[in-house]
Design a protein around this ligand. Structure first.
Ligand code: PMT
Length: 397
């Protein structure tokens, strides 16, 4: 989102206060934000709030033009990479659909030359209103992007659809729209998170993987237009929006899902941390503390090595693996790259602060098939995902 130009139109509804978090979220992602408020919106939030958060003057008056010898509505429409109307009231939605330009925002929208995202927020009956529904349908047909709303208790006391999406969800929609679709037509299978190997109905063997690294990769590939199938272990987070999510529990489940999904895939990324071993015998009833056998029950057997299997049958598919090591990581990583026939391996030392399991950041080294090694400083898992997907794109050419 760095340096992307986002023109935010804020209209007069109670959700206008949430637009303030939207602006600060966009600024955190280093986007440039300019704001137009309707007169109605100024009754809910002070323009000064938006001016301070966006670091730009807020535009309100339609006839306050020609300050810099620029015709303001044309200049703003020309400037924007995307126009986002959030919250969008039923009134403004109707005006946009009917081509009315009676304030600065609706006039700018008449002169638009970039995608427009409309984020409705209103009372559930106003949203269900036949004319509002028709306006939204018409706008969709005209190429406007229309977000959904949330079903919740609304400010007016009614319960139902109409609550504006959360700022983080709106930012995701904006980012998706603004990302170049350079992976269109490619299928990615991405694994994420831990697996669980049951001992009895109560206990299991597992590890600390949260899925964050795999999720960042899935989001990046999906945003860039790839068809993404995410195969995820039983982690807390539900994961990003992708084309298909397959929830699995054990390494065997993950193996079966990968075998099926890789058939027509172009890329397989193994960011998951599958358990290497599972209990040899599953105890149908809870193992009792005083059981005489309890020291011998933990007999383990090997799980399938999914990455190794993919490496053996992959033909011209791209295989990216990870190595989670606590010592000699480069040496172990190189061996895994070769023995599992990977095209790239991403090595993280799980003992380093800010790397590996659970954290939002990672510290990685990447080695390719020719032995080229690149070492990276600490960065967010999202930024590392961009680097990995860029490398995959080069391999796909
Ligand atoms: O999920 P997070 O909390 O964000 O943490 C991220 C991570 C540390 C889990 C991730 O960055 C990572 O390193 N994933 C690989 C963990 C791992 O299992 O490493 P490994 O060195 O044991 O395995 C090597 C490769 O073989 C990996 O690509 C792994 O997915 C794959 N593997 C391992 C075992 C197995 N039975 N089948 C496999 O396919």
């Amino acid at each position: 989102m760095k340096d992307k130009k986002i023109l935010l139109g804020v209209t007069g509804g109670i959700a206008a206060f949430k637009a303030a978090s939207l602006v600060s979220g966009l600024k955190k992602q280093k986007a440039q934000v300019k704001i137009i408020m309707t007169e109605g919106a100024t009754h809910f939030v002070s323009p000064l709030t938006f001016q301070t958060l966006s670091n730009n003057p807020v535009h309100i008056e339609q006839f306050d033009q020609m300050k810099n010898m620029d015709v303001e509505h044309i200049a703003l429409a020309k400037w924007a990479d995307i126009i986002v109307v959030a919250p969008a009231t039923a009134n403004t939605i109707a005006k946009i659909n009917w081509g009315i330009g009676d304030n600065l925002l609706t006039t700018v929208l008449l002169a638009k030359r970039c995608p427009v995202l409309i984020v409705p927020a209103m009372n559930t009956y106003m949203l269900k209103n036949e004319q509002t529904q028709k306006n939204l349908e018409d706008l969709k047909k005209k190429g406007f992007l229309i977000s959904s709303t949330q079903n919740d208790l609304l400010a007016c006391g009614d319960v139902g659809q109409g609550k504006m999406l959360e700022p983080s969800e709106i930012i995701d929609l904006i980012e998706y729209q603004l990302t170049e679709k350079d992976l269109f037509g490619k299928k990615f299978v991405i694994t994420a998170g831990r697996t669980e190997e049951a001992l009895d109905p109560v206990r299991f063997l597992s590890n600390h993987s949260s899925g964050k690294m795999g999720f960042a990769l899935a989001k990046e590939a999906f945003y860039r237009g790839a068809h993404v199938v995410l195969i995820k272990g039983p982690v807390e987070n539900k994961g990003p929006k992708v084309d298909k999510t397959i929830d699995i529990i054990s390494t065997e489940d993950m193996f079966n899902a990968v075998k099926e999904e890789m058939k027509d895939a172009d890329v397989i990324i193994k960011a998951a941390a599958p358990a290497d071993y599972r209990p040899k015998f599953y105890q149908k009833e809870k193992i009792k503390k005083n059981s005489e056998k309890d020291m011998t029950l933990l007999e383990l057997e090997k799980n399938p090595d999914i990455a190794k299997y993919v490496g053996q049958v992959k033909e011209n598919r791209v295989l990216v693996g990870f190595a989670a090591e606590s010592t000699n990581e480069l040496e172990y990583g190189k061996n895994k790259l070769a023995s599992k026939n990977m095209d790239l391996i991403v090595i993280n030392n799980i003992k380093s602060q800010g790397a590996g399991f659970k954290s939002d950041t990672n510290i990685a080294s990447i080695i390719d098939k020719s032995g080229n090694l690149e070492k990276f400083d600490i960065m967010s898992k999202e930024d590392l995902a961009k680097i990995i997907i860029d490398k995959v794109r080069v391999l796909l050419k």
